[in-house]
Design a protein around this ligand. Sequence first.
Ligand SMILES: C[S@@+](CC[C@H](N)C(=O)[O-])C[C@H]1O[C@@H](n2cnc3c(N)ncnc32)[C@H](O)[C@@H]1O
Length: 282
Amino acid sequence: MPATHSALTHDIHDRFRAPILKQSGISLSQAKTSMIEQRLRRRVVENGFSKIEHYLSALLSGKLGAPEMDMAVDMITTNTTSFFREKQHFDYLSDVLLPKMLAERRTPLPRLKFWSAASSEGAEAFTLAMVLAEAQRHGKRFDWAILGTDLSSRMVAKARKGIYNADQIDQIAPELRQRYTMVSTAPEQAHLARIVPELRAKVQFKQMNLMAPSYPVDHGIDVIFLRNVLIYFRLEDRQKVVEHLMHHIRPGGYLFVGHSEGMSVQCAGLEQIKSTILRKTP
Ligand SMILES: C[S@@+](CC[C@H](N)C(=O)[O-])C[C@H]1O[C@@H](n2cnc3c(N)ncnc32)[C@H](O)[C@@H]1O
């Protein structure tokens, strides 16, 4: 067994759980002990410890400083994402909701605002961008902007670059991949692809904690994607986050949640129109 891979004591796990919960809303059960050990292994070594218990004790006593705590929280977050994840959401948006939203607007060039509220490394926000750009290409007249926010500064920095591995962009249909991503001509970067500048210019990324008391984001958002993040929160925090986000949705706008999260969202003023899609009362 490697030196850093020792079983966490319940005491340390319990003490670590509280700051993680406070800082991110992420609720870590005892079942997550080995995940914690695995994800923090690099931090343990980089801080010169051989045992995770010693690293956590130093971290929790404040000896390693606040930036190290931020980094530890960052390591604990699950950032799994992909392009066109839960594709039926994007199909429904482009086939049903987009025509409906545009028909409801009276202005000649409506401007729609989208928010990917746990955007990880940006695949969800750029998928949205591709869907919207395609709608424009097919003759829909509107302008749009997308905001992506995430707790993890590391993920936000990656999203801003808009650079992905070949296996990640394989999830995009070939025609869209060809239109909206570009591959470097440098042989050593042949495994990488970048989102085209025209899309990157319309997608902004910011670090933001969903547990914060206020969100520095516009009100009047047309569609919020809040997918695959509520599952990490306690029920009461899920409720708080949804209520908070609801104030940022324009009347008649939509909230999308992940496929396993629909049941956990109940909020006065939000009507469930599909198991994972809610609409704010117009
Ligand atoms: C599993 S990813 C989901 C990404 C994307 N929404 C999707 O469905 O593919 C969850 C993301 O939520 C972020 N997250 C966790 N807690 C958060 C919080 N309190 N505020 C903002 N983002 C948070 C994590 O950093 C992570 O990138």
